[in-house]
Write a protein that binds this ligand. Structure first.
Ligand SMILES: Nc1nc2c(ncn2[C@@H]2O[C@H](COP(=O)(O)OP(=O)(O)O)[C@@H](O)[C@H]2O)c(=O)[nH]1
Ligand SMILES: Nc1ncnc2c1ncn2[C@@H]1O[C@H](COP(=O)(O)OP(=O)(O)O)[C@@H](O)[C@H]1O
Length: 433
């Protein structure tokens, strides 16, 4: 792929957005005034010519516009003292109108601007300027399988953010099973024995805390209305109504554990396991089953944490869960929790046999405190990032190569598997090379 074909750079300054738009083009060099952009019509040359846009990091605000089919995705952001924001809007060429999509996932905090590059027709690579390397690479999914599914569910235009993460991580473990089977007991044992290697995904729930349950440790206990809003805002990987309460796994609950290099353990019901199976999270699914229904009932009553009515409801649901667990392709392993110690040993054997539990791949470049001037696509899966230590001094300009050949995951979680290496010496302004 030819570099210069990607070097058409549009610089939008927020302050001037209404009045003028500077069109900087290698080879063209024209300055053109925009027509009334906020009059809800994007100029013809923008819609016809723009493939890649990068913005001037010196300005207080920044806009990039990227054409995907008949749509132009405008990503705009600003850092204004304590306030910083990043928004996405879409110009639809067919209807000649602006669309404000539902934005899912955790969005980046805008700093000194960003560059945008269309990777495939389903996602944009967004590189934040003046950011550390662990926070500069982001993806805006515009037509990925996850986004397509959400468009159908929500009936609106949807885009979804996903943070790019260098290297891989151990696969999360999803543990399901009927209430009282011993999931919590097994997970506690794992956490005690491997505190530095396993981390628990702390779910949100609308149920009341039991005695000895701590907010933020066992669950994030929350109000239904708050949780429903967070679900609408795309902050949850999955959620389900279980025994009359709402339970859900936030994206951050899983990613915070995985980002720290630990294996994330999720204790979720069968509906939640189905949702995670359908998501981009690559996990191992384990169902814990009781030796008999009578033993399950005995354990549930012996625990003494539920009223009789709640016990009855849990037992009714248990029958359905035991049936659903047999759905082909849902669970990778079924463990019978008869004798606790043997079940725990079997669980540990399963985890030990997972080949993905390799240590986090360390990037060849650790911290990027450079000014990223722009990005260019070189070839499939490989992207050049231009950066400079001082921002304007040509002598310190350097190149990083971003290799995305083994990307995994994606919205609504992280996009993992990135590899970054320096093509040239990057000078004093960059650490850790
Ligand atoms: N889908 C989903 N289910 C969850 C989540 N957190 C807990 N659960 C499930 O909700 C059910 C009830 O959990 P809980 O109230 O702690 O009762 P217990 O299972 O009897 O200890 C269990 O099946 C859990 O696995 C979650 O984040 N999502
Ligand atoms: N293998 C086992 N044999 C006997 N009791 C068990 C076993 N595993 C767990 N228990 C007990 O059963 C009860 C329910 O276990 P718990 O871990 O709370 O289940 P869950 O998290 O699946 O609802 C607890 O009192 C626990 O001590």
């Amino acid at each position: 792929m030819n570099f210069s074909s990607y070097a058409r750079v549009i610089c939008f300054c927020v302050d001037d957005w209404l009045r003028s738009l500077f069109f900087l083009s290698r080879g063209k060099g024209r300055i053109r005034s925009s027509t009334n952009l906020m009059g809800e019509e994007a100029p013809e040359y923008l819609l016809n010519n723009l493939e890649l846009a990068a913005c001037d990091s010196e300005s207080t605000g920044c806009r990039t516009a990227t054409i995907v089919g008949n749509k132009t995705y405008v990503v705009e952001g600003s850092e204004d003292g304590s306030k910083s924001w990043i928004n996405v809007k879409i110009f639809d060429k067919l209807t000649r109108s602006w669309v404000f999509p539902t934005v899912l996932g955790i969005k980046p905090v805008q700093q000194k601007g960003h560059s945008a590059l269309l990777l495939k027709n389903e996602q944009l690579l967004i590189v934040k300027m003046d950011s550390t390397l662990d926070d500069c690479i982001w993806f805006l999914e515009v037509d990925s399988p996850f986004v397509k599914e959400q468009k159908e569910i929500l009936g609106t235009e949807v885009v979804a953010w996903s943070k790019g993460v260098i290297g891989n991580a151990p696969k999360p473990i999803v543990i399901s099973g009927p209430s009282g089977v011993g999931k919590g007991t097994l997970i506690n044992k794992l956490m005690k024995e491997f505190p530095s290697r396993c981390g628990f995904s702390v779910s949100h729930t609308t149920r009341a805390p039991r005695e000895k349950e701590l907010d933020g440790v066992h669950y994030h206990f929350t109000e239904r209305s708050i949780m429903e809003k967070d679900i609408r805002d795309g902050k949850f990987l999955e959620f389900a109504s279980v025994h009359g309460n709402l339970y859900g796994t936030s994206i951050e609950a899983v990613e915070a554990v995985t980002d720290s290099g630990k294996r994330c353990i999720l204790d979720i019901d069968v509906q939640g396991a189905k949702s995670v199976r359908a998501s981009s999270l690559d996990a191992i699914f384990i169902f814990i089953t009781p030796p008999s229904f009578e033993e399950l009932e005995k354990r549930l009553r012996a625990r003494g944490t539920e009223t009789e009515e709640q016990v009855q409801k849990r037992l009714r649901n248990a029958r359905a869960e035991l049936d659903e667990a047999k759905s082909p392709g849902l669970f990778d392993h079924i463990l019978v929790n008869d004798d606790l110690e043997s079940c725990y040993e079997n669980l540990k054997k399963l985890l030990a046999s997972d080949e993905t539990a390799d240590p986090l791949c360390q990037p060849s470049v650790k911290i990027l405190k450079a000014h990223v001037s722009h990005i260019e696509s070189k070839a499939d899966h490989k992207t050049l990032i231009h950066c400079s230590a001082s921002g304007t001094n040509a002598a310190t300009h350097s190149l990083l190569m971003l290799d995305m050949s083994s990307l995994k995951g994606g919205a609504p979680g992280r996009t993992r598997g990135l590899d970054v290496y320096a093509l040239e010496s990057l000078g004093d302004g960059l650490n850790g090379i």
